[in-house]
Design a protein around this ligand. Structure first.
Ligand SMILES: [Zn+2]
Length: 493
């Protein structure tokens, strides 16, 4: 049995429908098996590719036919040869013949007056400035946002190289960034009288900001270190959350990004906005002058993480007597040198002090927390003790006290807030860092990034995570929205 598929092209301008032979499928009637019932994947692909070629070629031909005479004086253009043009689509790469025409004599004089040299042109090349179908570009960027360039290239059966894919991502990211408004020092609009007239605002917006690091790549330099990516997520009530992200030392519109994320969640100037972050100058400045009713809070989660690290160091200090114990095996040399000093605090004492610091901070009592912190510094600062673990612990305590001092204005009464059911922690931001950066940027240790490359991919990834990429593409290519190609199922993938 042989089945032949033919495409018929009907057009009012053509006297009769054109037939284009497509493809034949042969099946043995006697030997039907489950695997020969219906289309095979290869055949389906071949059919689609063939139809696509016929369709694209017919459309391009008809388009060029309509462009072959001067719209002003209706004189047919003189032909100036053809060239081949490659158009990449989801269903195959198509080579099109693009006709060049000489400019009409009625335009020549004008062209010469303007001092332009180009006297011939190609309508099809002018139409297809981008040689990739928007739908194909959309899928490429969407896939790259969630999996590696290599994996995406593989899924596309190597029809796009990783270099092409990364070029496309940059192209999309540049366009997205270009549409972002200008950077401003302040985004606060209006005055208190105007804010009072605004409708009753919704519940507070909670914006968490945090940073993560990715491996840098600078040409052939494989020891280029790291650079920081800052990400954030804003949440409010039932609405879906919005993320933003950028490469700190590359981006020029970071504050605008935060503002747009808040605005997309309907921020009003009279609405309370709570910023939660891990301190740090970059992040702190980022959140200033965005809302007149902003509250800036040092994230409790990060405080406890640092205290946990101190707790682990405490155990190291407490292990010290065992080290001395071992040395007793060689008493001749060591006995007189290092006697256990009674002034070293015990594990219980150290842990107790850390607990007190935590308790004071939980209640927003920075003054008392720092007092205990400084006491702890003194306890550990024993000139006669050159023990490495103690020095390490001392250093860590100093850093912690410095951290608390630098952020003292952002430390609140966490206990009170917690009891009132208010957000105190950016654990959700920690998961944002993981969601936005780790899952795509640091999966493998050997993944290295240029700042430009990371920033571009980040913009595309944020669009995908915020569920905005398709909307963006539809705004660029209005015809695309007729065929929704992103479904709820995609998000789950
Ligand atoms: Zn003309």
């Amino acid at each position: 049995m042989k089945i032949t598929i033919q495409v018929m092209i009907e057009d009012d301008a053509m006297p009769q429908a054109a037939k284009a032979g497509v493809i034949s499928i042969e099946r043995s009637v006697e030997d039907l098996r489950p695997e020969t019932l219906g289309l095979k994947l290869d055949e389906a692909k071949e059919i689609l590719a063939e139809i696509q070629t016929v369709l694209v070629t017919a459309q391009a031909t008809r388009f060029q036919e309509r462009q072959c005479s001067c719209p002003d004086c209706r004189t047919p253009y003189q032909k100036n040869g053809t060239h081949q043009l490659t158009f990449r689509t989801l269903f195959g790469t198509i080579k099109l013949t693009s006709q060049r025409f000489y400019a009409c004599s009625c335009h020549q004089a004008k062209i010469r007056r303007q001092g332009q040299k180009q006297l011939s042109f190609s309508p099809l090349a002018k139409l297809l400035l981008e040689r990739t179908a928007p739908e194909f570009l959309y899928l490429q960027t969407k896939w790259v946002a969630v999996m590696s360039y290599g994996r995406t290239a593989e899924l596309l059966e190597k029809r796009s190289s990783t270099a092409t894919l990364s070029g496309h991502v940059q192209q999309v990211a540049t366009r997205v960034d270009g549409e972002l408004g200008e950077e401003q020092c302040s985004f606060i609009e209006g005055c208190p009288q105007e804010w009072e007239k605004l409708p009753e605002p919704a519940e507070p917006l909670v914006m968490g900001i945090d940073g993560g690091y990715v491996h840098a790549r600078e040409g052939q330099n494989h020891k280029a270190g790291f650079f920081e990516i800052i990400v954030g997520k804003s949440m409010t009530g039932e609405q879906s959350s919005k993320r933003f992200g950028f490469v700190n030392t590359y981006d020029t519109k970071s504050k605008r990004r935060v503002y747009e994320a808040l605005k997309s969640q309907g921020m009003q100037m009279n609405q309370q906005v709570i910023f939660l972050s891990d301190g740090g100058d970059d992040v702190r400045n980022l959140q200033l002058y965005l809302s007149p009713f902003a509250e800036h809070i040092l994230d409790w989660f990060h405080i406890t993480m640092r205290l946990t690290v101190l707790g682990q160091l405490t155990k190291g200090v407490a292990l010290r007597p065992e080290v001395t114990g071992k040395k007793k095996m060689q008493p001749r040399f060591e006995q007189d040198e290092e006697e256990p000093s009674p002034s070293i605090p015990t594990l219980e004492e150290l842990e107790h002090q850390l607990e007190r610091i935590k308790w004071y901070l939980w209640h927003g009592n920075v003054f008392r927390a720092l007092q205990v912190g400084e006491d702890l510094e003194e306890d550990l600062d024993l000139p006669e003790q050159k023990n490495v673990t103690i020095q390490k612990m001392l250093q860590a305590v100093r850093e912690f006290n410095g951290y608390i001092t630098a952020n003292e204005h952002y430390i609140v009464n966490y206990g009170d807030r917690y009891r009132n059911g208010e957000t105190i922690s950016t654990a959700f931001v920690e998961s944002t860092v993981n969601e936005v950066i780790s899952k795509r940027f640091v999966k493998k240790q050997q993944m290295r990034w240029t700042k430009e490359g990371a920033h571009g991919l980040l913009q595309v990834r944020i669009q995908v995570l915020n569920d905005e990429l398709q909307q963006t593409f539809s705004s660029w290519y209005p015809g695309m929205s007729e065929t929704p190609i992103a479904t709820e199922n995609d998000k789950a993938a």
